[in-house]
Design a protein around this ligand. Sequence first.
Ligand SMILES: C[S@@+](CC[C@H](N)C(=O)[O-])C[C@H]1O[C@@H](n2cnc3c(N)ncnc32)[C@H](O)[C@@H]1O
Length: 244
Amino acid sequence: MSVTIARHRTAMSRVSLSRPVARAIEDGLISRRTNVLDYGCGRGGDLDRLARLGITCDAYDPVYRRQDVSEADVVNLGYVINVIESVPERERTMRRAWSLAREVLIVSARLTTEARDLEGEPHGDGYLTSKGTFQTFYTQAALRDFVDGTLARSAVAAAPGVFYVFRDETCEQEFLLRRVRRALPPRSQVAFSRHQDLLGPLVEFVEERGRLPRREERLAFTTLEEELGSVRNAFAIIRRVTRR
Ligand SMILES: C[S@@+](CC[C@H](N)C(=O)[O-])C[C@H]1O[C@@H](n2cnc3c(N)ncnc32)[C@H](O)[C@@H]1O
């Protein structure tokens, strides 16, 4: 039995940026330096908000915004593949979006954890909903496999249900490096944790006297000075970590 699927009815009116686009801004991949193509833009919520942020953005949607598209630094394929009932068409759509991305393609899809509330008839690898739409759901691993397999690239996980595919290996390495740096605790936090035993007596000294130890009082802090350069440096670390 053939069914007509109203894909466009999956498009919601957004009141804020979609999660993948907000994430890409946070990750520094979308900025005023880049232009964006929102491929499968739905009602254009991301398009409007990006424009308000001063970010150049164009969009395409087979129902809401039929127009010629051209390449962009960043292409967003946001929650599009999970509304397409035909797997070959899903692949074609993702390849088309990828062909338009000069720097990075952002692919997002709904995850199986979101499928619980959905009431629908099983159809292909997903469900037909009462609204006449189709929805399929991926696990994080299955989504990665689908992206990697379709584009013959290794996607980078950005968040649950969100992947980045980089055109250029150097950009990808730079992004990964930035992410690792961001995840690391600040240097003073590391030094504080490592030298807590040596810093404790200095904290007590300052709390008791309301000042740093004078030259003649520093014998008790020799190891601390050797490890952290000076009592002043050590105290700067304490201040940064405890915000005294
Ligand atoms: C769930 S909406 C997502 C809209 C928007 N990206 C967002 O996040 O708000 C899915 C959109 O994909 C569009 N779409 C369906 N098939 C498509 C295709 N082959 N190529 C591009 N967009 C498609 C639909 O028209 C619909 O607007």
